[in-house]
Design a protein around this ligand. Structure first.
Ligand code: UDP
Ligand code: MG
Length: 315
């Protein structure tokens, strides 16, 4: 049984040799033929060269180099598109996804599971902010999408070839692979792990990128935020109707026709604010529809070493 390991890489030149060494060890000990595909997501350091160097001594190491940065989720997709193994393991380059877990992933696969998720118990270098926002996100995602995404699922998992093929059919631009994998179904299981601190370099996920990934995840798996407009609209209309009854009562029975300046200002302000929020939500979805209709290729490849062109479908 052949195993493909897919690793997205953005400026990880110092982690690449370390990861290679450990992955090779694990897979050789387990007695598997393997390929290790590094997807260089527009690195500006020597990452591509580091991979090319490894390839010279070990052709099982392969490189797919993007023309620019297309993002972590797209890099994972490209690696899966070009993989040829019976099982595909995706993992980060920074050794936060411990290679010694590979053995366990493979064991579960051999037991018949087609998807083996890993779930972070703890991340040693994650601060309070990253942990809390993460927890909130997973709660929200589960509530809004009705998809049973394991809380704190990582982009470290094993997929059977059949699942890779199924995911390859999905060419949505807004890709949240954890959600898509859960959505796809198949026989899945998850195993817990403890994420150590990053080995070298710094995290590429700023709070802003995290927020973007979270919004992408929610918007591509739930239309419920759009429905908020209906409920808010109904509630407001109801309140407005009651307020109108009151206004009529004042007008006809008390005889004091007040200028009503205060109430008008308040209504304008509150309703205006709510309308803007809802317009914003609609705008987000509209933007996504626009992105999807363009049908652009998901990524562009500058060069590749060792990856089978037969498996290549560069979109
Ligand atoms: N990465 C990537 N493209 C990006 C950002 C990150 O390929 O635009 C890679 C990065 O090199 C690493 C993995 O994705 O292998 C996870 O990124 P990182 O470790 O920075 O994220 P964190 O673990 O801090 O959430
Ligand atoms: Mg990391």
């Amino acid at each position: 049984m052949r195993v493909s390991v897919v690793v997205p890489v953005l400026n990880e030149e110092r982690n690449i040799p370390l990861l290679y060494e450990q992955v090779r060890q694990e897979l050789e000990d387990a007695g598997h033929d393997f390929e290790l595909i590094f997807v260089d997501d527009g690195s500006t350091d020597g990452s591509a060269e580091a991979v090319a160097n490894l390839n010279r001594s070990d052709p099982r190491v392969k490189l797919l180099s993007f023309s620019r940065n297309f993002g972590h989720q797209v890099a994972l997709t490209a690696g899966m598109d070009h993989s040829t193994g019976d099982a595909v393991i995706v993992m980060d380059a920074d050794l936060q996804h411990p290679p010694e877990m590979i053995r366990e992933l493979l064991d579960r696969w051999k037991q018949g599971f087609e998807v083996v998720h890993t779930v972070r118990d703890t991340t040693e270098d994650a601060g309070w902010f990253k942990r809390t926002t993460g927890t909130v996100f997973y709660r929200l995602f589960r509530a809004l999408s009705q998809i049973d995404l394991p809380a704190n699922a990582a982009d470290f998992r094993l997929l059977d070839r059949s699942v890779v093929r199924a995911l390859g059919e999905i060419r949505e631009r807004t890709r949240f692979l954890r959600g898509l994998t859960a959505w796809a179904g198949f026989r899945s299981t998850s195993i817990p792990y403890r994420a150590p601190a990053r080995r070298e370099g710094q995290s590429k996920f700023t709070p802003r990128r995290m927020a973007r990934l979270a919004v992408d995840g929610l918007v591509s798996f739930s239309a419920i935020p759009l429905h908020v407009a209906i409920y808010a609209g109904l509630a407001l209309a109801g309140l407005g109707f009651l307020y109108s009854l009151y206004a009529l009562y004042v007008h006809f029975f008390t005889g004091t026709t007040l200028p009503g300046w205060t109430s008008i200002i308040m209504l304008v302000a509150i309703v205006g604010g709510i309308q803007l929020i809802l317009m914003g939500i609609i705008g987000v979805y509209l933007g996504k529809i626009y992105e999807e209709t363009k049908q652009r290729p998901l990524y562009l490849v500058r060069r590749s070493i060792g990856v089978a062109p037969a498996a290549a479908k560069d979109r």
